[in-house]
Design a protein around this ligand. Structure first.
Ligand SMILES: Cc1cc2nc3c(=O)[nH]c(=O)nc-3n(C[C@H](O)[C@H](O)[C@H](O)COP(=O)(O)OP(=O)(O)OC[C@H]3O[C@@H](n4cnc5c(N)ncnc54)[C@H](O)[C@@H]3O)c2cc1C
Length: 357
């Protein structure tokens, strides 16, 4: 019997957690290295909408819808996963663009329903302002991302993974391949290293001469105190996007990626919260609890980077925006590629080599 493959995963956000879980399930001996608490850095600051909504080409739509299906598969393996297919109600585009989106995505098989004012009021009875026309996608959902990441890591540990609280300072090269990671607690050897370190990924990759072209735009999200149920699902309105969490908090950004915090983040948060409150009947007692400012790990062309760096064996990169939507498919596909050598065709366009030109 051959020894289990030793894999280091740098990062304990939703991406690192999902990769660690799938690798452990596939029989690898996994070590997670992270300098945050379980749950990551961008992950706790996310809006966490799971979707394949407008604005993306068909190949990326296909990856996203596959990821949505993989969330349901994961929920069967992890009972109690805080996942909800609550549906998304969208009117954040001009009417003509909404029609184009509905026609295109319906043809691709996305379950979009055109809804009028009365139907909007039935779906979300507490909305104070109702659009004349919106699109409803019942198959969109949300997950509470920190809880999900923690569940994945805890279950990976039950399967033999270990987590080390440390900073990865450099990739270690031996004979032209990566053989481990230098950390603030010493060197850890491995057969393969996965960089799933969110906005920290470029610095680690650079220690092996790998360039990751990533932007880190900020996004501000307001969180109310826990409150009685006012929202049934996701509301993706012109001025802001909002949802109610499993804990009862209503959270909002100027869109799902969060508001630009500007020079005065607290002022921005107060303004956003007031706008959110004005959109809801029954919100008199709703109070702002806190706001977050997260930095989105966004490859410069907007699409994920998932794959090995060319010319360097033993290192795999998984960095992306929309990591909440994509996490279960990314974990599955990365584990398969590392353990079985099979690259899923849905990852075709998302290698690092696309930035080589
Ligand atoms: C405001 C906002 C709204 C968003 N909305 C959505 C949405 O609605 N839907 C969606 O799908 N996505 C959304 N996203 C994007 C999504 O949240 C991210 O893509 C996802 O959380 C990234 O997860 P990650 O695990 O890659 O990174 P992170 O959660 O940032 O985790 C990175 C991990 O790497 C570790 N790390 C970094 N450097 C080192 C180092 N040198 N040594 C050791 N450990 C290190 C960190 O400690 C951490 O554990 C949003 C993001 C933001 C900020």
């Amino acid at each position: 019997m051959s020894a289990a493959k030793q894999v280091i995963v740098i990062g304990a956000g939703i991406i690192g957690a999902s990769i660690a879980w799938h690798l452990s399930k596939g029989g690898a001996q996994v070590t997670v290295i992270a300098d945050s608490a379980a749950g990551g850095v961008a992950t706790p600051n996310s809006f966490a909408w799971i979707n394949a909504s407008w604005g993306n080409p068909e190949p990326y739509f296909r990856l996203r819808t596959r990821a949505m299906a993989e969330w349901s598969r994961l929920a069967q393996d992890l009972p109690g996963l805080p996942l909800s297919w609550c549906g998304g109600l969208c009117w954040d585009l001009p009417a003509a663009a909404m029609e184009t989106y509905a026609m295109e995505h319906s043809a691709w098989g996305y379950g979009i329903e055109r809804v009028d004012r009365a139907s909007v009021a039935r779906i979300e009875p507490n909305l104070a302002e109702l659009p004349d026309f919106a699109l409803h996608v019942a198959e969109e959902g949300v997950v509470e991302p920190v809880a999900a990441a923690k569940m994945l890591l805890a279950d990976a540990e039950r399967q033999g993974a270990r987590t080390i609280s440390s900073t990865a300072t450099a990739l270690v090269q031996t004979g032209g391949r990566i053989t481990g990671v230098d950390t603030s607690h010493g060197l850890i050897a491995a057969d393969e290293v996965v960089i799933a370190a969110g906005v920290g990924s470029p610095d680690i990759a650079a220690t092996a001469g790998i360039r990751l072209p990533i932007e880190t735009p900020p996004g501000l999200i307001v969180h109310s105190q826990p409150y009685k149920k006012l929202l049934n699902g996701l509301v993706l309105a012109e001025r802001l996007h909002m949802r109610q969490t499993a804990e009862g908090r209503i959270i909002a950004g100027s869109d799902f990626g969060g508001a630009d915090p500007g020079m005065d983040p607290r002022g921005t948060a107060r303004g956003l919260f007031a706008a959110m409150k004005a959109m809801l009947h029954g919100s008199d007692g709703l109070e702002l609890d806190f706001h977050t400012v997260g930095y989105r790990p966004t490859p410069i062309d907007g699409f994920p980077i998932i794959g090995r760096a060319e010319g360097m064996e033993g290192v795999y990169v998984a960095v992306m925006h929309s990591g909440i939507t994509l996490a279960p498919a990314v974990g599955l596909f990365v584990a398969r590629e590392i353990l079985e050598g099979e690259r899923d065709p849905l990852l075709g366009a998302y290698g690092l080599s696309r930035f080589a030109q």
